[in-house]
Design a protein around this ligand. Structure first.
Ligand SMILES: Nc1ncnc2c1ncn2[C@@H]1O[C@H](COP(=O)(O)OP(=O)(O)OP(=O)(O)O)[C@@H](O)[C@H]1O
Ligand SMILES: [Mg+2]
Ligand SMILES: [Zn+2]
Length: 166
């Protein structure tokens, strides 16, 4: 018998057992395939020194497939929460203290976001020389996030690629 590496051991319920973090944040129930976008929102880039565990397209009872991101020593700001909600409105945020979940909350879709998205309409006043911050109204339509530009009425579904980097 060949010994399995701990990090690839699969438990009875077919979940991948990755090592725990001591203190930090677990972002769970991320829409499948969006973990890398979440990392971008958190400012985790090549060359970073944080300890980060990522699982993509893992089986989930609630969602079919999901992504998970775990970051040691990281606490998520309100601004980061709003951005995560836009790409993954069902995500849950688990604060970890001494290896245990100390607090759990769901992200909440903000009704309005300012300065977080760019309007794809080139003629929109927010893309002119005027010093106007972008402003979008946010709604769920079915299971998709829909945002509408306050100034020009442009609608965007799943606004992932319009999130401005920080
Ligand atoms: N110390 C830890 N290090 C890393 N991940 C952890 C730690 N403790 C819990 N988690 C992860 O955080 C998430 C939430 O943990 P919890 O024990 O609340 O699971 P759960 O009961 O499945 O929660 P939920 O109802 O939100 O799905 C899970 O993905 C779990 O694997
Ligand atoms: Mg669970
Ligand atoms: Zn616009």
């Amino acid at each position: 018998m060949v010994a399995c590496n701990d990090s690839t051991k699969v438990d009875k319920s077919d979940r991948l057992a990755v090592s725990k973090i001591r203190c930090g944040t677990v972002i769970d129930h991320i829409n499948a395939g969006k973990a890398l976008l979440v990392l971008r929102i958190l400012g985790i880039k090549p060359g970073c020194s944080e300890r980060v565990l990522i699982a993509m397209n893992v089986p989930s009872k609630k969602m079919g497939k999901k992504d998970i991101v775990k970051v040691e020593g990281k606490y998520i700001s309100e601004k980061e929460l709003d951005r995560i909600a836009l790409i993954s409105p069902n995500a849950t945020i688990n604060l970890i203290e001494e290896y245990e979940v100390s607090e759990k909350r769901r992200v909440e879709l903000p009704p309005v976001v300012e300065g977080i998205l760019t309007c794809p309409n080139r003629n929109c006043i927010t893309n002119s020389r005027e010093p106007i911050k972008s402003r979008f109204h946010v709604k769920m339509e079915g299971n998709r996030v829909k945002v509408t530009c306050h100034y020009c009425g442009k609608k965007i579904y799943e606004p992932d690629r319009y999130i401005v980097s920080r």
